[in-house]
Design a protein around this ligand. Structure first.
Ligand code: ADP
Length: 535
């Protein structure tokens, strides 16, 4: 099943850019001839009288390449131009860009990324790169939100593609140690006026180095929320680069995330690049621009490539002064979830394993278990689940409205969430008390962080509601779909890119070779939520 899913995912990915580029056959084989199709209408080459294909292999390193530019010819389908290419036996990747003239002129190089299509069946494999993530969250051992999920799932996905991945993380006293395997002391060094102990362990099959400064910076009972977070993470970033240098590592890519490991970008460019860590390129990913825009702007300046977690969010933030000067190296790449970590067929927190084959039984069992555990009435009423940090970003007013609306419509509601701001937390505690007396058999607000319960809700709910005011990507709607729950989302950021409304988005879904998969709404008022919920 996993192999099939992977194959299907790759196919969907290759087809997802079909309106611009695709190949025939889709899976390119070494030693065979392939036809490249290109539609300039959606690119900078729109309207040019001639288009030239400039092609190479193995990320432009193949000894026979680049091939001489080839003029492209009209294809039968009308919209695309085409050209044939013979793929060498020792190719593992096809690379191309397009130009308006044989000798250059205007180029479409996919905004600096070039077009790449994997080649199968070759006699040479891609040599692995060494990629080091420097981050302050990692699921499941030190997770606050989506950043933690992505550090783990992106690393696993890239490791799966035969790249070498390491992660450097602070060693928190509040981490979930039982999820770390082969834990051992690695080394110790002095830096920044303190001794730094380095520990090694495996988390979800990934190699992780844990830095423990002996000044107690990460023994404060939490990840964020101390007055000196900037100072703590600043020391961590510096210490991480120092560790790489002192250990003689020569990563190809150093990947840092959000404001908390943003300093890595400039510390590397200003210092460590000159001290011997000279091979690396820095990739910086914005998971949420709401926090630390100054640090993010400085990392944007100093990184080689910058990404954020969905195409729509990349457009939404493109006018921000921290981002605007760097659009030439900035792209939105849609987040994914790890299908092994979030898998209703293999999930110890739900009562019955299920796939799409027995989803009805699986979800029925999960719903009953959820109702039982939370003391709700065991009834076949629509159950709306909400799993979220309770902050302004997540649409607190809309969440409250949706709870009442669902109850008015005779549904059940389960909310799992916690608020970093004590005033919001109090507000929800009051609402919980009110609801637990007025609708005790149909509403439950669990105002805490609870990973196992979140699995029960993803599986047991009929709908997962995500009415965010803004949402860089959002993972809860993706996890919901993986568990067969229908997402109801506000049309913003990554929610817009991943949820296609059954009534309005058939064509938009088709562009990505997808089917409509949920409900969405515009606006940030009660009418919007009602429109989606009522349907
Ligand atoms: P953000 O990073 O803004 O919090 P995302 O949707 O990207 O939002 O990621 C949220 C992640 O945190 C998901 O994996 C979700 O299941 C998890 N999560 C959020 N709140 C809770 C909670 N109260 N208990 C357990 N997991 C939670």
């Amino acid at each position: 099943m996993k192999a099939l899913t992977k194959e299907r995912t790759l196919r969907t990915f290759l087809l997802s850019q079909k309106h611009i580029v695709y190949t025939d056959p889709l899976d390119v084989q070494a030693g065979k001839t392939v036809t490249v199709f290109y539609n300039p209408a959606n690119t900078v080459l729109n309207g040019k009288p001639e288009i030239w294909l400039r092609c190479s292999f193995n990320r432009w390193t193949h000894h026979m390449s680049p091939l001489p530019p080839q003029k492209m010819f009209p294809s039968e389908n009308g919209s695309h131009l085409k050209a044939n290419v013979k793929v060498p036996l020792d190719a593992y990747m096809m690379d191309f860009v397009f130009s308006e003239k044989e000798d250059g002129g205007v180029f479409d190089n996919k905004n600096g990324m070039d077009y790449h299509v994997p080649v199968f069946g070759g006699i040479v494999k891609e040599p692995p790169m060494h990629i080091v993530h420097i981050a302050v969250e990692m699921a499941p051992i030190a997770k606050v939100g989506g950043l933690g999920d992505v550090v783990t799932s992106l690393s696993r996905a890239v490791q799966d593609l035969n790249q070498n991945v390491d992660i450097i993380l602070p060693k928190y006293d509040c981490w979930k140690f039982n999820n770390v395997k082969d834990f051992q002391f690695h080394k110790s060094y002095s830096w920044g006026g303190t001794q730094i102990k380095v520990w090694f362990g495996k988390v979800e099959g990934l190699s992780v180095y844990f830095l423990e400064p002996q000044n107690g910076f990460f023994s404060v009972g939490c990840i964020y929320g101390r007055g000196n977070d900037g100072e703590r993470f600043g020391l961590f970033c510096h210490a991480a680069l120092e560790f790489l240098l002192q250990s003689g590592f020569h990563p190809d890519i150093i990947h840092c995330h959000d404001w908390s490991s943003a300093p890595v970008a400039w510390l590397y460019k200003e210092h460590y690049r000159h001290y011997g860590l000279n091979k690396a390129r820095v990739v910086f990913t914005i998971h949420n621009l709401e926090f630390g825009a100054n640090l993010i702007g400085k990392a944007m300046l100093n990184s080689d490539k910058a990404t954020t977690v969905s195409p729509t969010y990349s457009q939404e933030v493109s006018g921000n002064p921290a981002i605007a000067p760097y659009l030439f190296k900035f792209r939105g790449i849609l987040n994914g979830i790890d299908q092994d970590i979030w898998d209703p067929y293999n999930d110890k927190f739900i009562p019955l394993s299920y796939t799409s084959e027995n989803v009805i039984e699986g979800k029925r069992a999960a719903k009953e278990a959820l109702q039982q555990r939370l003391g709700l009435k065991k009834a076949d009423q629509p159950l709306v689940g909400i799993i979220t940090r309770l902050t302004h970003q997540k649409g607190i007013g809309l969440i409250k409205h949706a709870i009442w609306r669902t109850l008015d419509h005779n549904g059940q509601v389960v909310l799992l969430g916690s608020a970093p701001d004590p005033r919001i937390q109090n507000d929800f505690v009051n609402l919980a008390n009110q609801l637990h007396s007025s609708h005790n058999d149909r509403a439950r607000l669990c105002l805490t962080y609870d990973e196992p319960l979140s699995h029960m809700i993803y599986a047991g709910a009929d709908f997962i509601l995500v009415p965010s005011i803004f949402e860089p990507c959002g993972l809860t709607q993706l996890i919901a779909m993986r568990y067969g729950s229908i997402p109801i989302v506000r049309k913003t950021g990554g929610l817009y890119d991943t949820v296609f409304d059954v009534d309005h988005d058939k064509e938009r879904a088709q562009v990505y070779c997808l089917e409509p998969n949920g409900f969405n709404f515009d606006g940030a008022d009660a009418a919007g939520v009602d429109y989606a919920l009522n349907r």
